[in-house]
Design a protein around this ligand. Structure first.
Ligand code: NAI
Length: 299
């Protein structure tokens, strides 16, 4: 088995002042990467800012003999994203790895969901992913190499009460990765997605304490580090990771049913009658494989 080594690589980890991001940054540095530790240093709900979160992680990495620089910009602005990537290029000359990890929560039932909570959460998770990825991607394209990891959530993949804003943002990131993996392919820029489960300030109080205590962030790190490595040749993969369990999530399409000869327009009653077959997920395929699914389809 080849060892995963990041010597000579430059990585940016957003939201690396605590939680998962901190651990990604430290483990990347331990394996030789030069790391930009970005963190705005605000509260769980995105209020305020501070330089201390990023500074502490940089000190910790340096104490371990690694190389890191801090950055305190907000991922949710184009200017912030540009500064984060410039920090990497000024300090270390390039960008090979980007982990879009920064995140906040502003939960409320949909009845109480307002425009501010909606916009703020979409801004950090979805627009923030755009703002940092754009300049990082340009740098990666110019060197014909890059590894990008985006962060989704079971909240988006499966749904979660009180998180319409967050779930939407997190599924937006999945669509983003689906499209960018195609554009990045010819430049060896791989774009993968992590759906973590970890005990951090975001999940504290949400899951029972006995489970929370077993949800160490370190259990997520190996999946993310592999997806950041040269060895990872896949792109567009969503990996669920937590408590030592790893699996893949994917959006699949059922076999479906053909209700027309190409001329007759099916009626709503035809759809009702065939609802079971239309909604069946037996013999699932990826959407792009639809044409090869049913012999009838090829008639
Ligand atoms: P955390 O709150 O410990 O870490 C998030 C970090 O992002 C914080 O240090 C925060 O200061 C920083 N941040 C927030 N807004 C920022 C901004 N605009 N610009 C720069 N930095 C900013 O939370 P955790 O759990 O480590 O979350 C990391 C990512 O994983 C988030 O995207 C979160 O949505 C996602 N996630 C976490 C799960 C979990 O079980 N902990 C589950 C699913 C997804």
């Amino acid at each position: 088995m080849s060892r995963i080594d990041f010597t000579g690589r430059v990585a940016i980890v957003t939201g690396a002042g605590g939680g998962l991001g901190k651990n990604y940054a430290i483990e990347l540095a331990k394996r030789g990467a030069k790391v930009v530790v970005n963190d705005l240093g605000g509260s769980k709900g995105g209020i305020g800012s501070s330089t201390s979160a990023a500074d502490h992680v940089v000190e910790e990495i340096k104490g371990l003999g690694g190389q890191a620089v801090p950055n305190y910009d907000n991922v949710a602005t184009v200017e912030g994203g540009g500064n984060i990537v410039r920090t990497a290029i000024d300090a270390f000359g390039k960008v090979d790895i980007l982990i879009n990890n920064a995140g906040i929560l502003l939960d409320s039932s949909f009845v109480k969901m307002d425009e501010k909570k909606w916009d703020t959460v979409i801004a950090v998770h979805l627009k923030g992913t755009f703002c940092v990825t754009k300049p990082a991607y340009l740098a990666m394209v110019s060197q014909n190499y890059g590894r990008i990891v985006m962060t989704t959530s079971a909240s988006g993949l499966a749904g979660n009460f009180g998180q319409t804003n967050y779930a939407s943002a997190k599924m937006g990131v999945v669509g983003f990765a689906n499209a960018l993996k195609l554009e990045g392919a010819k430049y060896d820029v791989k774009v993968n997605v992590i759906a973590p489960v970890a005990g951090t300030r975001l999940t504290e109080g949400v899951v029972p304490p006995d489970i929370f205590n077993r949800m160490g962030v370190e259990f997520v790190v190996p999946a993310v580090l592999y997806m950041c490595s040269e060895q990872c040749q896949d792109s567009g993969i969503i990996i669920n990771a937590g408590l030592g369990y790893f699996s893949r999530s994917a959006i699949m399409t059922g076999e479906g049913v053909i209700l027309s000869d190409g001329n007759k327009i099916p009626t709503p009653e035809d759809v009702m009658e065939n609802w079971g077959r239309i909604t069946s997920l037996e013999k699932p395929r990826f959407f792009y494989q639809l044409a090869e699914m049913s012999p009838e389809w090829r008639r």
